[in-house]
Design a protein around this ligand. Structure first.
Ligand code: HEM
Length: 192
């Protein structure tokens, strides 16, 4: 019995030191460039904005109904009856404007500093795809909440919903993976 307990304690402490090492290596002891400005943080803030949209979007999926008649009513239900629904719905509706502003600022910095040049051409290309995908998320999301659609749009609305909640986010995840992998390969532009 004691042996099993010791074995368990040993693997727990091994697990926590492994986790500590990962956190230290990637977060707490990671170097950031000297004199880092807010403008230089726009890529990271875009990522945070994307995660906020993902988390609030998952919450909304539990209550949103993608039907021509039901869509508007389900949004009303979220804002008036679901606990904290109004808050989450507002964040999900305002967030895209902030995210687009952050992505554009990130892009502008990279353009004016000439960071898109070799060896970072593919960072720029994958980033441009991310920008287009962000705009597509905004466009499809807005269409989902448009009321008074005719019956003809029922199928289109469910199609649009699948594109908004699954297809584009999956492609974005893929491009973000590529973007971050390449940034890790070349390192960031500003010296540490
Ligand atoms: C959802 C959209 C995006 C996210 C979440 C994102 C995220 C990031 C992050 C976290 C970094 C590393 C830190 C930094 O330098 O800011 C980065 C770097 C970079 N991004 Fe983006 N990005 C996005 C869109 C774009 C766009 C639209 C472009 C350009 C068309 C772009 C081009 C680049 C380049 C060239 C770098 C390397 C910067 C360097 O080496 O210092 N990204 N991105």
């Amino acid at each position: 019995m004691d042996d099993t307990k010791n074995e368990f304690n040993k693997s727990m402490s091994e697990g926590s030191s492994f986790l500590k090492e990962i956190v230290e290596k990637n977060i707490t002891q990671k170097l950031i460039p000297k004199g880092m400005s807010w403008f230089g943080c726009m890529g990271g803030i875009s990522l945070v904005a994307f995660l906020v949209q993902t988390i609030t979007g998952i919450f909304l999926m539990f209550y949103f109904i993608p039907g021509t008649k039901e869509a508007m009513a389900s949004i009303q239900n979220i804002t008036h009856h679901v606990p904290f629904g109004w808050f989450v719905q507002r964040i999900h509706a305002v967030g895209p404007h902030i995210m687009i502003a952050m992505v554009i600022s990130h892009m502008v910095r990279i353009f004016f500093k000439g960071i898109y040049r070799h060896p970072r051409e593919l960072h720029w290309v994958s980033g441009s795809c991310l920008f287009i995908l962000t705009l597509l998320m905004y466009f499809t999301g807005n269409l989902l909440s448009v009321g008074n659609m005719s019956e003809l749009f029922t199928i289109r609305l469910s199609f649009l919903y699948a594109v908004h909640v699954a297809v584009i986010p999956a492609i974005m995840g893929l491009f973000m993976g590529m973007h971050f992998f390449m940034i890790r390969k070349t390192g960031i532009y500003e010296s540490l």
